[in-house]
Design a protein. Structure first.
Length: 312
């Protein structure tokens, strides 16, 4: 068993292309226009209702609430950027959104008017939250503090194990979902190995330190321990032998041995092929010995003796 420290690399999102950037800019401008319409509609509806409710300055009510929503949103983003986040600040824009929606609904006289008045301020709040979410995700991705979400399908298919996985991610600050899955796989393999080693009562026989590491998800099975790699030693350089040493190492062959080798090599040759150059290449002899072998082989084929051919 060993602890693991390697973490899988996160897949990087490719940057936006020029057409996508243009589309995003157009959508941002349209969202700003629609949000401004929602802000104006909410201002008029709440101002009229505030005047009926007896406010001396009815414009203060919609301005104070609707302007406070983006102000607290920006304040929350700045706190996140400075690594000084406050959990309750995030809920202030949501609470103000519910209040302004309720005031707009109360300003309507019919059901349709109530729905219309309640929907318009939501446009401003929705686009504001989308922008805040994009900025917060960018900051979290840059600092590595953003906790990635677990797939909803995994919650449906395996709720108990997914809840345990989410609990370990939260307790041990594992922000990457892929990293958490890798740790969970290794933890399950280590648990299966402990059960094979100690049986059903493996928890009783496992050392306390290993049980704590298993609970933290930092225990890996022994099969995954990296094997030590032996150091690579440089190959010895071959000793260069001089020409004289090579010549001395070779045993000198007698003429009879050379003639025997030449007979075996040239047995299938025709008489025209019995040349000194070809014999020298085939038997690996000197030019002088190649001529002597040529004359001896030709003499044997013509019926003369070998000694006569060498003497000639």
């Amino acid at each position: 068993m060993t602890t693991t420290t390697t973490t899988p690399e996160r897949a990087k999102v490719p940057p936006l292309t020029r057409p996508e950037m243009g589309l995003a800019g157009t959508a941002a401008l349209a969202a700003a226009g629609v949000g401004l319409l929602g802000l104006v509609s909410s201002f008029e509806a709440v101002s009229a209702a505030a005047q009926r409710w007896g406010f001396d300055s009815p414009w203060m009510l919609p301005v104070g609430i609707d302007i406070a929503i983006p102000v607290f949103t920006v304040a929350n983003l700045l706190l996140i950027r400075l690594d000084m986040a406050l959990a309750w600040v995030r809920f202030v824009p949501w609470l103000l959104t519910l209040i302004t929606c309720w005031l707009n609904i109360a300003a309507g006289h019919t059901l349709s008017a109530k729905v219309a008045h309640g929907t318009m301020p939501l446009l401003w709040v929705v686009f504001s939250e989308i922008g805040a979410h994009i900025y917060a995700v960018r900051i979290g991705a840059a600092t590595g503090r953003r906790m990635e979400k677990i797939r909803f399908s995994r919650w449906l298919l395996a709720f108990p194990s997914t809840f345990a996985l989410w609990r370990r991610m939260t307790l041990w600050e594992v922000t990457s979902y892929r990293e958490a899955l890798e740790l969970e796989k290794k933890r399950l393999l280590a648990r299966a190995e402990l059960r094979e080693r100690h049986g059903r009562r493996w928890r009783k026989h496992t050392p306390h330190r290993e049980r704590v590491l298993l609970r933290m998800g930092g225990l890996a099975p022994a099969a995954e321990e990296p094997k030590p790699v032996p150091p690579i030693e440089p190959a010895p350089r071959p000793h260069r032998r001089t020409a004289k040493a090579k010549a001395a190492g070779k045993a000198q062959r007698t003429f009879e041995e050379l003639l025997t080798a030449a007979r075996e090599t040239t047995a299938a040759w025709s008489e025209a092929e019995l040349t000194a150059d070809r014999i020298r290449s085939a038997v690996h002899v000197s030019q002088a010995n190649a001529r002597k072998l040529r004359d001896a082989l030709r003499a044997e084929r013509n019926g003369r003796g070998t000694s006569e051919a060498v003497a000639a």
